[in-house]
Design a protein around this ligand. Sequence first.
Ligand code: GLU
Ligand code: MG
Length: 490
Amino acid sequence: MSTTIADQDSFDSLDPLDPSAEELLPAGEPIAERLPSSDARAARAARARVAAARLGAEGVEGVVLSWVDNAGLTRVKTVPVRRLEHAAAWGVGAAPCFDVFLVDDSITTSRHIGGPVGDLRLVPDLDRLTRLAAQPGWAWAPADRFEQGGAEHPGCQRAFLRRTVAAAARRGLELRAGIEVEWVVALAGPPSDPPVYPTHGPAYGFHRLTDLSDYLRDLLHALDRQGLTVLQLHPEYADGQFEVSIAPADPLAAADSTVLVRQTIRAVGVRHGLRTSFAPAVQPGAVGNGGHLHLSLWRDGRNLGQGGPGPHGLSTEAESFLAGVLAELPALLALGAPSPASYLRLVPQHWAGAYQCWGRENREAALRLIPGPPGEGPGSANAELKCFDAAANPYLLLGGVIAAGLTGLDAHRALPAEVRDEPSEHPEGEIPRLPDSLAGALAEYRTSAPLREALGDPLYEAVAAVRQAELELFAQHTPEELAAATRWRY
Ligand code: GLU
Ligand code: MG
């Protein structure tokens, strides 16, 4: 096994206030003082200058700026730490055609976005600047994307999520969210089909934990060092599969954390000779990698998922919100189950939530209501959306779900009857099945007024173009070929 993360701890003994940190600053007067026009730009630059000095003193050489594209892949540019101040002030160039990249790096186009012309600026969000514990010498920040003139890029998925959070705030509502991360590890080396797994321990087995004990310890350590609060980590059902869940946070922080958690899992794996897959279906027929989304709705510090007059204590507002999400799930799949391969996973009796129904603690319902153990406290009640998978862009998914929920809330929707048992055992057609293909989900998305309005035409149409192009890309693939083509991409 390679060096453990724990061996890197010497970085932390460096004093961030060490005067030698000054030497790491760029020469000349601070950029902030050279910017005549924009106070915001100057303020960002000033913050970045301090942060860069601290990171430099801690041994950081490069800063990764990431965004997640509409295919669900995290793309990056990096700057040397000395250029962080400039990047914060002016952004880093990136082509808008990334909005129409597919999972295999081929490129489609759409009405408003696509083509070789134009440039965007990636601006690091310094609130989330984090030193990467499993990639010594590197720090990371999620990027917002702006046009060169400084306007928000209409295709920026992070800005879309911010807008939906603001729409909830205008109604006096806050949300707490968390996305469970599931992944499969295989031995690194030439990819083989099927992959070679590093453990053959049983699902949820102690055996599996023991086989990968050092890897999992290093993972816990790295997540903790990056300020992520792990709730639990366990071996999952499929071969080589694990899952980690992180404490709930506001939606933007939750989406950013999903990016950081996944990157950390991959980086720790590399140090242990492991290859990581977040693909929805690593092997056709097996249980896939879900990306279950947990949500709770709050008003004035009160969790609206408990103590109300609705089913299982839901407040009227929370019921309407969830009814809005449930009604929109077929279209939301185009955001949350975005790959043709997602539908190899989204089948009954795989704990993936393939039915458009809800039920208290029902793990085969797409919407599982979790009232929380009595007495655990106000934070514990939440709703889990199980139909989404690990290929989803978390910003698009969270923004879409919030938009759908607010539509339900404004329309005073009520939940349909609860499903208290196995949906697949009901007579055919009694409980609606969610779309069983990306084509079906895309057809629903194309007619979804709430999603079109919330996303805005440029982003809405770019997403549709990517989905359509991936459908065509994989139209002739067998399930085995589809799983193999997407296995190591996410
Ligand atoms: N791996 C399952 C999925 O694809 C979920 C298993 C679980 O309930 O955590 O969603
Ligand atoms: Mg799981």
